[in-house]
Design a protein around this ligand. Structure first.
Ligand SMILES: [Zn+2]
Length: 396
């Protein structure tokens, strides 16, 4: 049927997919891409990342967010959930880009009640800023950085704030084994047991990583209705050890989403790469090629991601009544040929496709990229601004 659309797109030789959902990012960290690799986590943070983060300012975070937005649009991501600082400037860039996002200011109080108060105030100020920005595509998420960097007071406040305002809690959980050992020492309980005990676990919780969980912690998360964001590339690159127990999470009914994490620990925001690595990691880990099939992997990056973020009625699939967040993949490419039939297309998307096959990206019915031409971000300008910033960082 020919409708009254303003723009008609020729879909011959292309496949339409729901836009991908990247549920854990630190967008402006794309500026640190390739700066420090192959290092032990503590050295990486203390000697490289933290000193560089100290050089960031509002303008750098804005430029970083524009670069990250361009990368996401060009690799088929239409929704993401971010945690960082200078978030007003990140929001400005995301608004310009046309992407859909949950943005959060990462609160770190280091168990100091004066700092806790100041961090909560910053979070509330950013919440109010987004209310005023009044861009329905951009929503707030409350983000206590992690249980080991935030006091119980802040964790509980975040839970109450999230439930009152119907928004996600964006938090890092159990990324390393050390975190679990430290939690046992400090609280006499494993991380999820501790969150449950203090009343900070919620159906609004979206825990990034959740690598080091026992079966009973998985059950506690399921009971609370909490969700998970699995970040396989980041976990493997930082050698966090262990593998998030996805099959157990699925059995317990937990909504699992996928994320790239920041580009300093990935080094891309490419969700096609993350899908493939995710499927391969679990097959290799469980010695079972059926443990995570192509359809379920694609679900993690689309409909399950929408469920984890509480957005399932609006996004995550192409259906009448949902938001038009759609990407088109060009099948007329060597790595996508041949196609054996409709029943193999999902496998082709997860195992053969690359982000360069994304031809068109649409968010909320607006074209952000067509024929690989960005419509909302000036790519040349964005690339040279990011390179200039990197040159400045390396001059010290
Ligand atoms: Zn992270």
């Amino acid at each position: 049927m020919v409708g009254s659309a303003e723009v008609e797109i020729d879909g011959h030789g292309k496949v339409a997919l729901p836009g991908l959902i990247n549920a854990h990012t630190h967008l402006s960290m794309v500026l640190f891409r390739g700066y420090a690799d192959d290092m032990v986590l503590q050295d990486w943070l203390q000697k490289k990342i933290w000193p560089l983060e100290a050089k960031l300012n509002a303008e750098a975070c804005y430029q970083g967010a524009l670069l990250g937005s361009a990368e996401m649009i060009m690799s088929g991501t239409t929704t993401f959930m971010d945690m960082y600082f200078y978030m007003e400037d990140v929001a400005k860039a995301v608004k310009e880009s046309g992407l859909r996002a949950f943005l959060s200011y990462g609160m770190i109080d280091l168990y100091d009640s004066t700092k806790a108060k100041a961090e909560r105030k910053k979070s509330e100020e950013f919440f109010n800023f987004l209310q005023k920005l009044n861009t329905p595509r951009i929503r707030f998420a409350v983000a206590p950085h992690a249980p080991y960097t935030c006091s119980a007071e802040t964790l509980i406040w975040a839970k109450e704030f999230a439930e009152k305002n119907d928004i996600p809690i964006h938090i890092h959980i159990a990324e390393t084994r050390k975190e679990q050992a430290d939690s046992q020492k400090q609280h006499g309980a494993r991380v999820i047991e501790y969150l449950d005990k203090i009343g900070a676990l919620s159906k609004k919780t979206v825990g990034a990583h959740c690598v080091w969980l026992t079966k009973s912690e998985v059950s506690l998360m399921a009971k609370a209705g909490a969700s998970v964001t699995h970040c396989p590339v980041s976990n493997m690159k930082l050698a966090s050890g262990g593998v998030a127990p996805l099959p157990e999470m699925f059995d317990a009914g937990i909504a699992v989403s996928l994320g790239t994490d920041g580009a300093a620990s990935n080094n891309t925001l490419d969700m096609f790469e993350t899908m493939k690595v995710c499927a391969l990691l679990h097959k290799a880990h469980r010695w079972d090629p059926t443990v995570l099939n192509a359809q379920k992997t694609l679900d993690l990056a689309t409909i399950d991601g929408a469920r984890a973020l509480g957005m399932e009625p609006e996004i995550g699939s192409i259906e009448v009544g949902k938001r038009a967040d759609i990407i088109l993949l060009n099948l007329n490419r060597p790595n996508m040929t041949p196609i054996y039939g409709p029943e193999t297309v999902v496998s082709d998307i997860v195992y053969s496709a690359a982000s360069g096959n994304v031809d068109t990206t649409i968010v909320d019915g607006n074209l952000l990229m067509q024929d690989r031409q960005l419509k909302t971000v000036d790519l040349g300008k964005t690339l040279s601004s990011a390179q200039e910033l990197a040159n400045k960082f390396s001059r010290g």
